[in-house]
Design a protein around this ligand. Structure first.
Ligand SMILES: C[S@@+](CC[C@H](N)C(=O)[O-])C[C@H]1O[C@@H](n2cnc3c(N)ncnc32)[C@H](O)[C@@H]1O
Length: 197
């Protein structure tokens, strides 16, 4: 795979090869939500939601959640898991980078989408993000801070790159090392940004 080729996510779901999936929400997101029981709620978008573990955690916390994924076969799987918990989540098939937003959101939560897209599309990602958010909206990201690339996702990033790509349109509210899945311990960084009006 060339570094800027798109990965065939649909083929991976069809082959039941969701090797990135940990069967539970990002521990960093779970802690973030548990630490803010009184925080204001609203409409949240989870782009690249996969099987929807993070979408369900946000819905459990009271957010009205839309999960968006480019791979059609992920959606029935995510819907079934939400139904098992009696959660109402709006799952949609779509491309976060190029779809015209059907609505705007108070929060976009990111977890292993930025590192999964070809690095050449990261400018498109930042531009699309601005389109999906309300002015003053929050962008909460669990970034995978690996430094080595082997030509396929996950691709590396640095805080310098994150600041360059998002720092112009967003104010960084907080940056911290979260609790992680065991295999990702020390490799994740959470970034909470607020879109400037
Ligand atoms: C590495 S997986 C992460 C899934 C989930 N966020 C998680 O952490 O378990 C990346 C997900 O992003 C989806 N995806 C990739 N490109 C996308 C795009 N442009 N728009 C929406 N979803 C996309 C893939 O289908 C896949 O479900």
């Amino acid at each position: 795979m060339q570094i800027n080729e798109e990965r065939d996510w649909e083929a991976l779901y069809q082959a039941n090869d969701t090797f990135w999936d940990h069967g539970e929400a990002s521990p960093g997101l779970a802690d973030y939500l548990a630490d803010r029981p009184e925080a204001p709620l609203g409409q949240a978008l989870v782009p690249g939601c996969g099987l929807g573990h993070d979408a369900r955690a946000l819905a459990q916390a009271g957010w009205a959640v839309t999960g968006l994924d480019i791979a059609p076969s992920s959606v029935p799987l995510a819907k079934r898991l939400a139904e098992e918990e009696a959660l109402e989540i709006n799952y949609r098939i779509g491309d976060f980078l190029s779809d015209k937003p059907h609505q705007v959101f108070d929060l976009v939560f990111e977890h292993t989408l930025f590192c999964a897209i070809p690095p050449a599309r990261r400018g498109d990602y930042a531009e699309a993000l601005r389109g999906w958010l309300k002015p003053g909206g929050l962008y909460l990201a669990v970034n995978y801070m690996i430094t080595d690339d082997n030509g396929e996702p996950p691709f590396s990033t640095t805080t310098t790159e994150l600041d360059r790509r998002f720092g112009g349109s967003f104010e960084l509210l907080r940056r911290w090392t979260p609790r992680s899945y065991e295999r990702r311990t020390g490799k994740e960084l959470m970034n909470e940004w607020k879109m400037r009006n």
